[in-house]
Design a protein around this ligand. Sequence first.
Ligand code: AMP
Length: 482
Amino acid sequence: MIGRTLPHVWSRRWSDEPDGPVLLEGDGARSVLNGDALAQQTGVAAARLAGYGVTPGERVLWSCATSLEAIVGLIGALRLGAVVVPVNPSASRSELRYVARDVDPSVSLVDRAERRDWLCEDLEDAIVLHPDDLLKSASDASVADLDTAVPADDALIVYTSGTTGEPKGAVHTHGSLLAGSLALQMAWDWHPHDRLLLALPLFHVHGLCAGLFGTLAAGSSAVIFERFVPAQVLDAVGESTMFFGVPTMYHRLAESGRAAELSALRLCVSGSAPLPADLWRRFHADWGVSVLERYGMSETLLTLSNPLHGERRPGSVGFPLPGVEAAIAHADEAGVGELMVRGPSLCRGYWNRTPASEAMWHDGWFATGDLASVGDDDYVSIRGRRTELIITGGHNVYPAEVEAVLGRHPSVGEIAIIGLPSAEWGESVTAFVVGRDGEPDIDALALLAAQELTSYKRPREFRVVDSLPRNAMGKVLRRDLP
Ligand code: AMP
């Protein structure tokens, strides 16, 4: 079934299958929302938002932990035609203030009193509600015009992590969100009988657009978790068919001693950061799980994926998803260049930031800022962010390549390679290593580097650290390393 916007598709699904469970809590109260309840409650939430003066096109800031009530509020806002702006519920006061001032929300939905106080102090005339407030006094709440947005209307503004400057809000339309969901449905055979284990945060496109919106668009169901606790997720495998995670989740599942239980699922997907090839191989060889790695970003939604049927290759993100075109720009002699993507799931630009948007766009192509190469058989490999490229003595060193080689050593738990300023070399290749079950064996690592890497790629220094700094999606924060 193809509808014009996600809310349109969702409400059709709910009326086709009113009794089917759609969202199930995986922890705590274990409440369930079926199609009928979702249709009804999100309609009430939309009406309550309208009652607070929200009109289509206005922004609703949403900064909540994952819960049924919070999801109902978010979907209600979308059904009303408001533009949802998700913010990490653990964001600092200044991060929250920055986004709030940038989008000027008509209403903010937050689930913690401290955040409500911050917003009330930091924004003029702020209306700040708890998601539960939207479900109160339901009887008098109704709204005539639901699900009337058209594909060109703005639907979602997701803020980039701002690792290289100020965070910017990528603006997705109803059309780009729908395209993103339909591409995954096609590529991964996502059917109504699927049930997704969804422990990803919903303030990021991975959990929100791929996980939640994809589930609803497929007419399927999801078990939702407020946070990722391996035992809770594994306990819910029995009635589920899919798991979407970030590499740090796969690390923790590997350590749980229960990773083989995932083999009962039909599909385990990883993305948002590189999945170390070595970890992929452990899942494959030791636990019978062939993790499907895919690639995407806030600005583009998911664009590349290993195949559902066919070889899923460690260290690669596969091929463009249906409707997506990909190209490598300005490749160097090793075939590595900037990954460009084009397709219907791309955002329309950045909120309030025309000049910054223009720098990324070239005739509908979006310059991802990621370096990539393409093998003879068209499998694409991500080689790291362009800004992470190390130039040492005039040579290009791709951290991902060095990390892949050294990360294979059994004494290594995690590794990150960065370039530190050097008077002699410009930048000097430096390794930050976390041991696996004890100290990493640095002599063995230096030997491995000498055997497997050209001399300029070998780390000149190894630093042993307890852990790597990571953001909420498990991405290594390289700027916080030295
Ligand atoms: P975000 O906008 O927060 O989703 O971050 C997008 C960035 O995450 C991309 O530009 C890549 O640098 C990185 N990324 C996402 N998926 C992968 C992947 N499978 N392998 C390597 N990097 C990835």
